[in-house]
Design a protein. Structure first.
Length: 139
């Protein structure tokens, strides 16, 4: 866990996202090109590989904070919802995106359910994150 915390999170997420895409462990759903990532966003993501980045970020969050469920992850990926003349308020992120990403990571064997508590990282997922962190620390 210390290695994963010692590495720049953005670089780690990009490295894991590239691996997820290359190994075809996750695949964006057909609607991924058209959706916003939450009601607080005004436009959909511009990065064509945003699905892989989100899956890698969710994998890292589950590794650090697990067991964690969809509701707490929605709060993690929420943001400021601008409402015109009314003052802004906090809005949660998209539950569907998080749920589908968790299901795909589960199917890939990187995370697993822990009863009613939420999801935790499997040894395979832990190894993936720690290997990516080790490579980033060396280079």
């Amino acid at each position: 866990m210390l290695r994963v915390l010692a590495v720049n999170p953005e670089k780690l997420i990009r490295k894991v996202a590239a691996y997820l895409k290359e190994a075809q462990l996750v695949k964006p759903p057909p609607w991924a090109a058209f959706v916003k990532t939450g009601v607080h966003k005004e436009r959909p993501p511009t990065d064509p590989d945003w699905w892989y980045v989100r899956c890698a970020a969710i994998l890292r969050k589950v590794y650090l904070k697990g067991p964690i469920g969809v509701s707490r992850l929605r709060t993690e990926y929420g943001g400021r919802h601008r409402r015109g003349h009314r003052p802004p308020v906090f809005a949660k992120g998209s539950g569907s995106i998080i749920r589908k990403a968790l299901q795909q990571l589960e199917a890939a064997g990187l995370i697993t359910k822990e009863g009613k508590k939420g999801r935790v990282v499997t040894p395979k997922g832990r190894e993936l994150l720690e290997e990516a962190a080790k490579v980033l620390l060396k280079g």
